[in-house]
Design a protein around this ligand. Structure first.
Ligand code: CU
Length: 133
């Protein structure tokens, strides 16, 4: 009888440990200031992986048909990206036809849940794109 009891206790402990291991990690809070307009807030629980940042860069190439632009950009700390030259996709709000290679631009970029970066706003000059309409 005593042996059976001990065995049952061990199973109980094992079940407890297994339950702990399966517990989902708590959702990390969205860092302050990453979503000032609440654009990406949702009542549904979503991973806090949509992050935006703003920076400046120089246009190296424009692929208007492909919807992407190559920028030599400065560091983008909020999305954890150092200075580099790379292609960004752009959202439908960005009209690449209004830009020329070699232009210095300000831009806003968003990292989607799929991990890709897309430019959501872009304008000439280094002074930012102003407040969103
Ligand atoms: Cu980059």
């Amino acid at each position: 009888m005593k042996r059976t009891t001990r065995h049952t206790t061990l199973i109980f402990l094992a079940a407890l440990l297994a339950a702990c291991g399966n517990e989902p990690a708590p959702e990390p809070a969205l860092p302050a200031g990453t979503d000032p307009d609440g654009l990406f807030s949702s009542p549904v629980t979503e991973p806090a992986e949509v992050v935006t940042d703003a920076g400046t860069g120089v246009i190296r190439d424009i692929d208007a048909e492909g919807g992407q632009v190559m920028l030599k950009h400065g560091p983008l700390d909020k999305i954890g990206m150092g200075a580099m030259t790379m292609y960004f996709g752009v959202t439908d709000d960005v009209d690449l036809g209004g830009f020329t290679e070699g232009a210095t631009v300000s831009f806003e970029v968003r990292r989607g849940r799929d991990g890709s970066y897309r430019i959501t706003r872009m304008c000439e000059g280094e002074d930012g794109c102003g407040d969103p309409e």
